[in-house]
Design a protein around this ligand. Structure first.
Ligand SMILES: [Zn+2]
Ligand SMILES: [Zn+2]
Length: 282
């Protein structure tokens, strides 16, 4: 149900992901605070080092013709504004442009995704999406929360914005029509999916399955890796250095598997390890 007629790339813009990330070791003196990777020349992935925070969150920076959008600002002590400004400056130079507006959005409101916000406030050309349901709804034009879908146009690059409360009341997924990448924050990634509000999480997963029907899903990219490359096994909480971690990207198959597992629980949420992630009701 997310299929292309021919194996020709699905009509989306391609990019590449690394086989391995540096994470946080072995020697922290040699590890950069941020690893920056170009998926392609208009899409950057930033990962905070495990030497700075064991959360090692991922940040995503997407460029359109008129605006750029950043998803998340990192875990404490985050200096994301510095590193993001650097990436933007290099992008501008490459495009022979002098400026571009930046939208700072969030996958959700938890501390390990918003810690660098202060560094962006007051910067010229930066708009912060408010960390409230009403502010988020208004910004992305989501008529009904959480059942509606919002949009943001970066200039020849439209993102769909899908509310997916459950991990957090403010959880959002973004779908980049240009690359076919679905960003799922802490709601689906190779690791422990902490579920705060189980009924809401189930409905959000169902809505994501529904949303992706008939769409190309090149990758599902979440905001952490806690899973090992070994199936059904994770790194314990607090691990800084993960030399054998799972790859970042999941496929739509993982989303279907998540939905199936949740439906199997009925109204009794339990911890359940799957091959690539663990459902972890709080
Ligand atoms: Zn979270
Ligand atoms: Zn998180």
């Amino acid at each position: 149900m997310a299929q292309a007629p021919q194996p020709n790339g699905g009509g989306v813009r391609p990019g590449s992901l690394p086989a391995k990330w540096i994470t946080g070791g072995e020697n922290c003196v040699e590890v950069p605070d941020w690893q920056v990777l170009a998926y392609n020349e208009d899409f950057y992935i930033l990962r905070q080092s495990g030497c700075v925070s064991y959360e090692k969150p991922f940040l995503y920076l997407l460029f359109g013709k008129d605006k750029a959008l950043l998803e998340d600002t990192g875990a404490p002590p985050s200096d994301a504004a510095r590193v993001v400004s650097d990436v933007i400056a290099k992008w501008l130079k490459r495009k022979s442009q002098t400026s571009i507006a930046l939208i700072v959005a969030h996958s959700h409101g938890h501390g390990d995704h918003v810690a660098g916000d202060a560094g962006f406030r007051g910067l010229a050309n930066v708009t912060m999406v408010p960390l409230t349901v009403d502010g988020t709804r208004e910004f992305f034009g989501i008529e009904k929360w959480p059942d509606g879908i919002g949009h943001v146009d970066l200039g020849e690059r439209v993102l769909d914005v899908i509310p997916i409360p459950g991990h957090n009341a403010l959880s959002l997924a973004f779908y980049d029509r240009q690359t076919g990448v679905l960003f799922t924050g802490d709601s689906l990634y190779p690791g422990r999916l902490y579920v705060q509000d189980f009924p809401a999480f189930v409905r959000s997963t169902e809505r994501l399955v529904e949303f992706t029907k008939g769409k190309i899903v090149a990758h599902i990219l979440g905001t952490h890796i806690e899973q090992m490359a070994v199936p059904y096994k994770d790194y314990p909480i607090g691990t800084k250095y993960q030399p054998e971690e799972h790859e970042l990207a999941l496929s739509r198959g993982a989303l279907l598997e998540l939905e199936e597992a949740l439906h199997g629980m009925g109204d009794k949420p339990v911890r359940m390890a799957l091959r690539d992630f663990t459902i972890w009701p709080k």
